[in-house]
Design a binder for this molecule. Structure first.
Ligand code: NAP
Length: 524
């Protein structure tokens, strides 16, 4: 299959008439065919109308039908074969192994959600049977289940063209919850988006679902992205991207006559705390691990370890010299888009131009366009604490080391941090007492806390939290990776004294869905 340059609204392929979007091969700086003429607001309305119509039946599709649909989407993506891998490589500059790995992750998470749907625990059924004899007041019959919110708008991310894009985690979790999805495709990888969109479209047809269950739209975020979030039929938003983009969409969602939740994953610098004993005993090894994590994927991961905090001394000196050598020997890598490359250059430029910041090392300069030249800087904790600008995310392989006078200053740095996706402790047994002091602070700052690992590499599983307080995300109560992501698109409904014949299947006395339920406070 080759990309045609069309949006997909339900089962239709639609050619827009607004400003054209063109993919750019960032490694060569060349435009890739075909053109994607952007859609206008009328097509957004059409996709939302179809989604609303589809919602009536899709939200009550059987657990088995919905699970089979998610599995069919995965199979259809796999059936795209090498055409998908090659197009994604050309549009992102990412190597084959990374794209193939991401395809595996994308299909794996669709299948994970299929198993979650079948198990039915997400329905969170609670039944408190009537107690007519209770004194002084009888209790009525109360039964709760969770229901899909309604059509969901998904904004694909630039840095995961498959796993956080058209059929990525946001889409999989929303479809699993029973919500139709309208995707605003990321303009950086339209061909990849169309191919995956066609795979989902084929799965909708094969599973005989209403066509409005899924649409993918191409066009300007400021035009059709805004119109999508403002559309009264949309009931929630999933977004991964810049802080400014996430905040603009959140504003629109809040200004609607009916405000809706926006789950935006935006910016995080993922602090790594080098505790004294660990630094003393394995400063060199930690530095090597850090450079590997910082450089991974040209640093274009939301969990990239952009901030390192250590206590001045011999151990930190060893860390800095080893990390400096590692950075100096690091090759440049192609970045995803010209815009992301320009933003990286600006971020590194403002650290380099800050008189309180010293450059430790720069990596090798690249030859082609849009090359990320790794960079490492160092600043004192007192200067870091006095300058909020040093906390700005530099999206790419740029890092800042903060030198503290003692543990107390390290604690103050932790306290001053904005919300983060992750926080990491590099610690040995002798660092337990210091770690205990830091942990309560880190719990308030981050969605995931690691010991002796690196934050890049996010497992898709049941226990994962890929979230965190603002600005890591717009809503710290949830995750965008892992099976718990389904809860973002559900809400509880309680049924009081409904006759058995009117109750949804999940709540009937004889438990026809055979799911785990909380009955009178006990799990059955
Ligand atoms: P972006 O500019 O925020 O774009 C993401 C999506 O949102 C695109 O579809 C874009 O539409 C749309 N959009 C942007 N601004 C909008 C607005 N005001 N109203 C409505 N829609 C809007 O992000 P990006 O292009 O992926 O990357 C730019 C920067 O974001 C990076 O340099 C980096 O700093 C940050 N980023 C962070 C993460 C993370 O996980 N922390 C991940 C990726 C990027 P268009 O197609 O029209 O552009």
């Amino acid at each position: 299959m080759t990309p045609q340059g069309t949006s997909l609204i339900g089962q239709q392929a639609v050619t827009g008439d607004q400003a054209v979007i063109r993919a750019i091969d960032p490694a060569r700086g060349e435009t890739l065919a075909p053109d994607y003429p952007g859609l206008g607001r009328d097509e957004v309305v059409r996709a939302c109308q179809l989604a609303e119509t589809a919602f009536a039946s899709y939200r009550e599709s059987s657990l088995e039908d919905r699970a089979a649909f998610l599995e069919t989407v995965a199979s259809e993506i796999e059936a795209l074969g090498d055409a998908l891998v090659e197009r994604a490589m050309a549009e992102t500059g990412l190597p084959r192994a990374r794209i193939e790995g991401e395809r595996g992750r994308t299909c794996g998470q669709l299948r994970l959600f299929a198993s979650v749907v079948r198990a039915g625990e997400w329905l969170d059924v609670r039944i408190d049977p009537a107690l007519p004899e209770r004194e002084p007041m009888p209790r009525v019959d109360l039964r709760q289940r969770h229901l899909a919110l309604g059509p969901v708008a998904v904004f694909g991310a630039s840095n995961f063209p498959l796993a956080f894009s058209v059929a990525g985690g946001d889409t999989a979790s929303a479809l699993a919850a029973g919500c139709p999805v309208v995707v605003k495709a990321h303009s950086a990888h339209p061909g990849t988006s169309e191919l995956v969109g066609r795979a989902v479209q084929a799965a909708v047809a094969k599973c005989q679902l209403p066509e409005g269950v899924f649409s993918v739209l191409f066009g300007s975020g400021k035009e059709i992205g805004q119109a999508l979030v403002a559309d009264p039929r949309i009931q929630a938003v999933g977004f991964t991207g810049s802080r400014s983009g996430g905040l603009a969409l959140q504003q629109t969602a809040q200004n609607r006559p009916q405000p809706i939740p926006v789950y935006a994953e935006m910016s995080s610098i993922n602090p790594v705390f080098l505790l004294p004993e660990a630094l003393q005993s394995r400063g060199k090894e930690i530095a090597e691990g850090f450079v590997g994590s910082l450089n991974m994927g040209a640093g274009q991961f939301c969990t990239n370890p952009g901030l390192v905090i250590g206590i001045k001394g011999e151990g930190l000196d060893t860390f800095l010299s080893t990390a400096g050598q590692g950075i100096h020997g690091s090759a440049a890598q192609t970045m995803l888009t010209p815009g992301i490359h320009a933003a990286y250059q600006d971020g590194v430029g403002s650290l380099a131009g800050n008189s309180s910041v010293r450059e430790v090392a720069r990596g090798q300069a690249g030859e082609g366009p849009h090359q990320c030249q790794p960079a490492l800087f160092v600043a004192s904790a007192s200067d870091f604490l006095a300058d909020e600008a040093m906390q700005a995310e530099v999206f790419g392989a740029g890092g800042l080391v903060v030198e503290c006078a003692d543990v107390e200053e390290m604690r103050r740095v932790a306290e001053a941090l904005e919300g983060q996706l992750t926080a990491t402790l590099q610690m040995d047994d002798g660092d337990l007492a210091t770690s205990r002091q830091l942990l309560p602070l880190l719990e308030r700052k981050a969605g995931r806390i690691l010991a002796n690992g690196w934050p890049t590499g996010v497992e898709v599983c049941h226990a994962m939290v890929h979230g965190g307080p603002f600005p890591a995300t717009s809503d710290s109560r949830t995750t965008s990776v892992g099976s718990a992501a389904i809860h973002r698109f559900l809400r509880p409904v309680c049924y009081q004294n409904l006759p058995e014949g009117l109750l949804p299947e999940a709540l009937k006395d004889d438990n026809p869905l055979k799911i785990s339920r909380l009955v009178d406070g006990k799990r059955d």
